[in-house]
Design a protein around this ligand. Sequence first.
Ligand code: 6PG
Length: 243
Amino acid sequence: MTDAIIHSHPDADAVAAAAAEHLAEAARRASAERGRFRVALSGGNTPRLLYQRLASPELGAAIDWRRWEIFFSDERKVPPDDAHSNYRMASVAWFSRVALPAASVHRIEGELDGAQAAARYEAELGEQPLDLVLLGMGEDGHTASLFPGTPALAERERRVVQAKSPVPPHDRISMTLRALNEARAVVFLVTGTSKSARLAQVLAERARASNPSDLPASQVRPRSNTVHFYVDRAALPEPIEPG
Ligand code: 6PG
């Protein structure tokens, strides 16, 4: 039985708009239930449209940013002003455009020594589960900076570790499957034809109750046992038959 709820939209803009509404609603619910919304952001390029949407006047003005605690699922080991920084991308697209208290953004200190950055971030993240983790997926099925066959993917005790990427920037800091799977909810954003073959494989694997593959995106199974996939037609041309 699949645990994937698929939200299919015509294009990347429509995916961003729908995912932004999902996050805003999740934030309202978490704030009402627990007073805060603890969310971890994904990096890469796909979420830029979503971050811009969250900062838009029509949506951003209706959100109580004082309730948000923003973390990152991973970061490249670069300074925060580096073009490869996930923090920088989110800052330019979103944080700089809304009334978000600076203390609400918990940046992974990519400028530090890797072990030190991972330890400091693990302490900052703490043991309280995240309300929602936003994730992307690479063409190899990686998510966050958990790549197939790597020690970071195999880590079961730590919540934040150093990681290696086969594509530059090679040195990363990443939340582990433990941290991702302790979250109350997970939302994947996957768009573009380059992801379609791998996405079809991951969704088919998730529909198989037993023996998930070693693909990282197939191994993200949060406590709620529900994973939302926001996809465009380019990434998922045909609806997947329910498993
Ligand atoms: C990162 C991301 C990574 C990303 C995928 C997809 O730091 O690069 O966390 O997991 O989500 O690589 O990247 P694109 O959105 O650029 O395709």
